[in-house]
Design a protein. Sequence first.
Length: 503
Amino acid sequence: MNVMGLDVGTTGCKATVLNEEGKVVASAYREYALVSPRPGWHELNSAYVLKCAKQTIGECTQRSKGDRIVALSVSSLGEAVTPIDAKGEALGNSIIYIDPRGADEAKHLEEKLGSDRILEITGVAAHPMYSLPKIMWLKRHMPELYKSAWKFLLYADFILFKLGARAHTDYSLAARTMGFDVVGKKWSEEVLGCAGMDLDKFGEPVQAGTVVGEIAKPLADELGLPRGVLLVAGGHDQPCAALGSGAIWKNVAADGMGTTECITPAFDRPVISRAMAACGFACVPHVIRDMYVTYAFSFTSGSMLKWFRDAFACEEKLESAKTGKDAYEILIEKASRVNTNVFILPHFAGAATPYMDPDAKGVALGLGIDTTREEIFKAILEGITFEAMVNLECLEKAGIAVNELRVSGGLAKSDYMLQLKADMMGRKIVSLNASEAGTVGVAILAAAAGGIFKSIDEAVSRLVTVKKEYRPDDKRTLAYAEKFQTYKKIYPAFKSIAASRGA
């Protein structure tokens, strides 16, 4: 018996079929673009995303060569909601998190309820990125659309609904709306009432892993799926990736090392405090019952390496073209041979947690006339790791300790990078055999709900396998601890300089 996991992201969606041993039987991917109806606006075409999702499902079904799929679950980006009418048809596009609309509405909620009360109920600080301010904007500027909307569904919920599930929202995605009581696990009448929202316009809150329906018969035939496939509530992509990484225990965190970096620690109680909010840390229900996660992230990780490769690595790109060896691998290998006294502050796309400063800029400190490209690249590797260390330190001060990081993503393929990370952080780093933690996570939810495994714990033990563990070298950890003290002074110093210049 097989299960299917579908992950719907901002720029594309991927489906994966796994068997009972955790082997990937089939996978498929479709890419799509953002829509900008006006300068500065950012939307996704919900109908087109649905079309792409169905195509990936159908392609996976064909590639799995008739092996029976018993259950399907979906993870997705957060915040963006699709308005649907009573017939289930999308009424328009979904506004995504980077769109500026909703700023006045978020400010209005903060003024009426108070920042402390919003944090206490929703586990997040008031911000226009969330769904509720976006829907408030729609109600104000597009009242007929709001009036016609039967439900506002987040993407995982929207896709499952269109496949035949009942209208629902799992707790982890509901928490990305800024209208959900993360402790009571219900829509907040207080917050939604203050926003002038109708509670019945939102899906039924359910625990991730709940069976919410079966594949609709016409769609089963269209997509090549057997009839009776269970549709299982998934969740927000980050906690699903944490599940797919095996981050289901206290003090263990998933670390997605892709274009950006997101550390998702798991903990066994809600942690909601000013210390969390001051660092931009949300408190979100995990896709594991009675557990929570938060997100410590940076806007630049792999993107910094790409910037350096494209701007400065002509030699390595030529070598890559001649030998077939990856240019990043060549750059990392050269950087491993040098030490550097250069510091790179990797705020090339602004600063995420704990600063939440969109105007922050990157900094290169300590350059000399004899500084080499290898030293600068090594400083980039160290800089993105130092930035993660700042986040881990802030998490610990807020009461969330992380002793082990389970890594995935492009940078997780480098042995040198993972050993460097262990040495710098003084923590155990674990790499995994599965490269797509997100789809593995929802496949685990589907497998447990479909009866392939007795529990999620059993599913994790069977489907999440460790590739290698990296232990810190105490001497290197001590040396980097001293260097870290210098790194932490750079952002405040340059923030002060920028303020004095009026930048």
